[in-house]
Design a protein around this ligand. Sequence first.
Ligand code: NIG
Ligand code: FE
Length: 420
Amino acid sequence: MPRYIINIGSLYGILPAGVERLRGKAMSAVETIGDAWLAIDDAGTISGYGAMAELDRTVLAAPGVEVDDAQGGSVLPAFCDSHTHIIYAGSREQEFEDKIRGLSYAEIAKRGGGILNSVDRLRMADEDTLYAGAMERAREVMLKGTGALEIKSGYGLSTADELKMLRVARRIAADSPLEVKTTFLGAHAVPREYIGRQEEYVELICREMLPAVAAEGLADYVDVFCDEGFFTVGDTDKILNAAARYGLRPKIHANELACSGGVQVGVAHEALSVDHLERMGAAEIAAMRGGRTVATMLPGASFFLGMPYAPAREAIDAGLTVALASDYNPGSSPSGDMRFVMALGCIRMHITPEESLNAVTINGAAAMDLSGRIGSITVGKAASLIVTKAVPGLAFVPYAYNTPIFTHIYLKGHKLCCNI
Ligand code: NIG
Ligand code: FE
C-alpha cells in the first residue's frame, strides 16, 4: 500500500542519488526540508518527498493510500551500524566486574577470558538458541532506529562453529526487514586448542574455513583482529590474500590496542573499512587520505572499556570518510544503541551533530557497501526511517541522548511502533 508521511517538522539527511559517502568537510552538511512530506511505495522504497506547501493533496485521498501524520516530528534516515558481533551466547558481566577492579581488556584476554570465554559458550549453543538470542538483539536495535546491520562471526573459531554463526546471521537477514551484511571473523582470536600454534591456526583459516564459508555463500566480507596480542600484519596479509580468492573484501579490526600496522595492511588490501582506530597517529591518517577505505570508529567500546577515543575530529579534518558504529558485543560494548554512539561522537570525539548523523547513516552504509540502497533520504532507496516527536533541531537527538523521542521506525516501508 503506498504511504505518505505528512507534516514532517524537519526531513533530515537528504542526498542526491549516487552519493556513496561524505568525506571530511562534506560531513558537516545535512540537507534538510522543513514542513515536509515523504512518500513510500509498495516495494518499501522512498518514492518522493518535498515541502508540504507543494504537495498535491489529492494524492492523499486516492484509494488505498495510507497517510501517517508526523505532527511536526522529524524524520531521519535509519542508522547503518556497520560493525557488530550480535551473535553470542551468555553475557560477560564477570569481566565487567574485573574491569571495575582494574584489569585491562588485554589482561583479561591473556588470562583466557575475553573472546575465548564467549567461544566456550558459543560452541555449546545450538543454532536455534543462538538465533533466538541474536534475533532478540536485532529487534532491540531495530526499535532503536537501526536499519542496516553488519554481523560478524568470530566466537566459533572452528570451521563448524564459524559456519553455525554465519548461518544464524543469514537467517536474521532473511527474517527481518533489516539490510544485513555478514563478515567472517575466524581470525578474532587464537582458540585454546591452537594456543602456541598461531601459524597453524592461520593455515586452518586459509585452507579450511574460508573455502567452507565461500562454498555455502555465507559471508560478504572478511575480518581479522590485527592487533597486539592477536594477529600480526603478516597473518592478516595471508588471510586477506586467501579471502580475495573468494571475492571477500576486508573490513578489519585495527589499532585498538596498539599502532599495529593494521590500518596500513587494510588500506593495502583496499579494505571497505578499518575499524576501531583508538591508536591512530599521523602515519595512519596519511595512509588513509584520498583512499576509499572508511575509517570506522567505535566510541561505545572506548566508553565501556575506558580506552582512548579514536581521533574522529582529526580524521574528518584530514578529509577522511568517518563512520561510527556500535561494536555491539558481550565483551567491549554490550549496547547497540546508535543514538548513544552519535552522542559519544559529539561529546567525546568533538564532532558536530551533523557530522555525527552522517557518520551513522551514509558513511556507515558506505562501510557495508550499501550506500546505493540505504543511508539517506533519496528517491529509490529503502524507506528505512526514524520518526521523532517534535524536537527543536537535529542537535537535540544526540544532546538528549536518553530521552525517548523516537515514535516510529520504518524499515523497508514496514512500520514499527516504539511505544512511547
Ligand atoms: O570489537 N576487539 C575485538 N573484538 C571485539 C570484542 C569482542 C569481545 O570482547 O568479545 C571488539 O571490541
Ligand atoms: Fe568489533
